[in-house]
Ligand binder design. Sequence first.
Ligand SMILES: [Fe+2]
Ligand SMILES: [Fe+2]
Length: 280
Amino acid sequence: MIKAIAHQALTVSNMEASLRFYCEAAGLVKAFEIHDDDDKPWIVYLKICDNQFVELFYNGEKDPNTHYASDLIGYHHFCLEVDDVEAAAARLREHGITEAKVSQGLDMNYSCWVHDPDGNAVEFVQYHPDSVHTKSRVSSNQAKEANLLKGIAHMAFVTKDMEKALHYYCDILGFKEVFELPDEQGNPWLKYLHVQDGQFIELFYGGERSYHNQRAAGFAHYCLEVADIYQVAQLLEQHGILEVAPTQGKDFNLQCWSADPDGNKIEFMQIDSRSPQANC
Ligand SMILES: [Fe+2]
Ligand SMILES: [Fe+2]
C-alpha cells in the first residue's frame, strides 16, 4: 500500500541559511518552489534523489526548546543514505560544519551527525555490509544515480507509548518490524520498521515532555508515497485516524493526512504525472 518515504518537511527560520546548509554543504539540489494563494513564497523543494525530497517552509520561529532532546516526544532526526560517508563528512567540513565526524554505531553502520541552521539533527549513514539494515533488504534496491546522496534512509521519532506506535505503524499502515537495538546497558532502545528496502521508521522508547509550538522552526511533517490515495484514506477512516480527506494539492498530487499516536503529522501522497515532483 505504501511505496516509500517521499519527503521530509521542515519549517525554517532563515531560508538562505537553510539552502546553504542543505544544498551547498549537504549536496541536495534545489528543484522547485511553490507559492501560496497570495502568491507569496511558501515552500522550496530540494531534491535528494529521484522521488525523494526535503520540503522547506518559510517563516518558522527559531526555538531552542523544539530541538533534538531524547526526553521530547516526537520528531528526533532524519537520515540520508550515502555511499561514502567520509566523503560526505569532508564536504560538510569544507563548508564550515566542523562537527562533521564519522563514527561507527552500535548497529555497525558508519554515521555522521550534524545540525542544520535551526538546530535539527541530520544523520548521514553508510551501511555496513553485515548490518541488520543491509540484511533486512528483501530484494535488490533499484540502481540509484551515481550521486553523493542515495535517499532518505529513515525518519526517527521518540514515542511516549511504543505499543500504541506499533499498532499505528504496523497493524494499521502495514509496516513490518524488522529489528530492535538495545542501548549500551542492554535496555530496550529503539525499533526499526521497514518502509521499503533501505528505508525505515526508527522509533525510540521514552519521551515525557510534549512541546507544541506550531510556528517553531523544525519538523513539520513527513510524507509517505502511496499508489492509491482513496484506498489509504478508506483504511485510515475505518480506524478513525483520517484527519484530512483526499484533496488535490497545488502541485496536482492527491493527498490526505493523518497523525501518529504521538501527534507527528503524516501526509499521504499519490503522485500525479503532471506534478513538479514527477518532472524534476
Ligand atoms: Fe538514525
Ligand atoms: Fe508535504
